[in-house]
Structures are given as C-alpha cells and as structure tokens.
Design a protein around this ligand. Sequence first.
Ligand code: GLU
Length: 431
Amino acid sequence: MNQGKPGEVTRGNCKEKIKESVWDKALKQLEDTARRINIEPGALEILKVPRRCLVVSVPIRRDDGQIEVFTGYRVQHNFTRGPAKGGIRYHPDVTLDLVKALAMWMTWKCAVVNIPYGGAKGAVACNPKKLSPSELERLTRRYTSAILPIIGPEKDIPAPDMGTNAQVMAWIMDTYSINQGYSVPAVVTGKPIEVGGSLGRDKATARGCLYTVMDAAKKLDFTLEERTMAVQGYGNVGRNMAELSTGQGCRIIGVSDINGGLYNPKGIDITRLSRYVDEAGTVFGFTDADSITNAELLELECDILVPAAVEHQITEKNAPRLKARMIAEGANGPTTSEADEILDDKGIFVIPDILANAGGVTVSYFEWVQGIQAYFWSEREVNLRLREVMERAFEDVYRLSQKEKVSMRQAANMLAVSRVAEACRLRGLYP
Ligand code: GLU
C-alpha cells in the first residue's frame, strides 16, 4: 500500500467546480424525482428555490488584537411541514451554493423520517482548528447575533455539523437567550446535557446509520457478525459508527481522516485507535495498521463502506473500482449523480444519505420536544424511539423502491418530495 500523505484527500482538481456542482446535483435530483412522482409544476418551482438565504459578515477580534472578517450563511430551504432545521458547519471551503444544497437535503431528510420540520443549513467559512477557544466563542456569538432575527424554536433550529460541537451550541443558546431575556433551550439542538441537551444525541447519527445497516443486512440476508467495514472520516459520525459497529461484531478493516487512512485486514482495534485519536487528534500515525490514502480506503474489498466525511467522494472515476457490497452514506452528498448510476449497475446496495444519516436530526427533534416540555427521557427511551423512527423510514423507502423498481436513493427522494409537495398542496398558496 502507498503511504498516505498528510493533507491528502480525494476531491478532484478544482474545488470551486466541485462545490458548484453540489447545488446542481441537488437540483437535478429534485427534477429527476419530480418526473417520477405526480407533483404539480408550481410546487416544483417553489421547492427549487430556498425560502430565504442570509449572508452575513462576521467580524471578530483575534487574540493578537487584529480584526478579521469571516463570511457566514443561513439558508432556510423550506418551512411547509414545520420550522426549518439543520446544522451549522465551520469549514474553510463553504459557499452559498453548498449551503443551499445542504439546506435542501435537510428538507428531504426530515420528510423521509417524517419529523415535523422543514430544512435549513448554516455555515461560517473558517478553519475552526486555526482559532483559539476564545476566538471560536467570539465568532460563534457574533454569527449567532447576525442570524438571530431568523432563528428561534418555532422558526429555525440550528444544530451541530462538521466543525461545530455541543460547546458551540451552548454559546448559540446563551447568545440567543441573553437577547431574549430568558433561557430558550429549544432554539438549538445538540447542546450539552447540562443545558438541556438530550441523552444519546452525540452518537445519534452513527446509531441511526447502524440501524439502517442492520435493516439492510436483514433484506440482503446477512448478519453483521464478522462483516468487514471501511469508514471514511473519523469525526462524530465515522468514529461512533466504527465504535458501535464493532459492538455488533463488525470488523473495521479501514478508517481514514483528512490526513490519510489505515488498513488492517485482521481488523483495527477501535478502542485503542480512539484513545490514540484523543491524544494525536488524527488517525494518522497509528501503529498496528498499514497507511493508505483516502482514495485507497474507498476502494477496499469490504462488505460495508461508510463514507462519513465530506461531499463528492465517490465519483465516476472511482465508482467502477468500488468493491463494497453495501454503502451507508454517513456524510451528506458523498456520491455524485454519475457515480450513483455506476453503483446501481454494479448492484451495490446504497443506503442514501437522507436516510442513513437521519438519526442525528431525529434525536435533535427529540431534544427539541424534551426542551419544550421541560421533561427529559432516559437514554434507553431515546434510543428505542430512534430505532422505531429509523426502522419505519427504512421500511417505507425499501417498500417503495421494490414497488417502483427504483434505487433506495430514488425511493427516498420520491417519498420525501411527495410528503413535502402534499403538505404544500394542502396549505395552498398565500394570498
Ligand atoms: N447536521 C446534521 C445533519 O446534517 C444534524 C442536523 C440537526 O440535527 O438539525 O443531519
């Protein structure tokens, strides 16, 4: 195997071009879906455009006294089924087009698991690893105050995404609450337990993803015991997926992060690896495994591949070489439309992102409900309810895919867009 070089990731040559096409892909998916279902042309026109896009400048004072101005976004794609919902991403490469696509996908994600929300997404173009904790706090509070007029427990409820965490959510909750004059825990989800977070929220995306893998395994007639898994990304989703799947008897033969990947056909000791990552901040350099690149990780011979990093990792270039039997999309939009067709032809069972990673927003919904009622559930209750929601959503999508003879992705999109379009039809157009 080649040595993975620090900083090496498979993203193609032109970053801007790739991000542009994420929005194109989201639109194309919607148009393709609309052709397959009975949707009014007017409803399609409405759904193609986000309801609101807010772009803000976020000036902060760096620790050295200099002022730096960052760009922040909050896009609300849809409110028809309830308040808008979606995470906030801190990443240097975000653009308005990317945030628009991610917001649209949140609308479909909430509809596919049938929770009463529309979709939104927020972002600040920054590298959070290059900010000190106090700079990160100032950035978060200033960004929150800039988007404050459009968020709220009944309007739009942010949550963590790539580059943000429970602490960032606590600062958002505090900034919003100070401005209201009283505590408003339900303005944001993914908070620390101490300030109204839900038990089970931190691992919920991975847990939901694992539930969909378990349901898919049943349909494909195999058990998870001794199955091989490769996980791209070792953040909240990838790491918890590796840990939880090990608990189900899976053998994790490959993992990676932005710095490169690891491969051990006998199985990587995930407990040791996670301890190593806590210290080193990366999987890179872990012994007891060979170094591989991110590109090689995706092409490993394995039963289950979990892309849990950024969008557009599985492309028409590497899709023909993928050897996994099943792909569970922990990330949002990891597969390009061209790659999708190739995976379909190869007979790889793909659990699409809006289903596979919907566990996070589902437990966010539980957190919001618990916060509004000021009545908190046990972790067991949270996980049982999550199991119920994921099982029903998987079954709904699977049945539709069988009935209409379409892929799981097309079925998930058809189900989601139909639900939103029907809500649009029932509410009618004002005035
Ligand atoms: N950022 C996560 C996602 O993409 C969670 C969103 C939420 O909990 O609102 O699904």
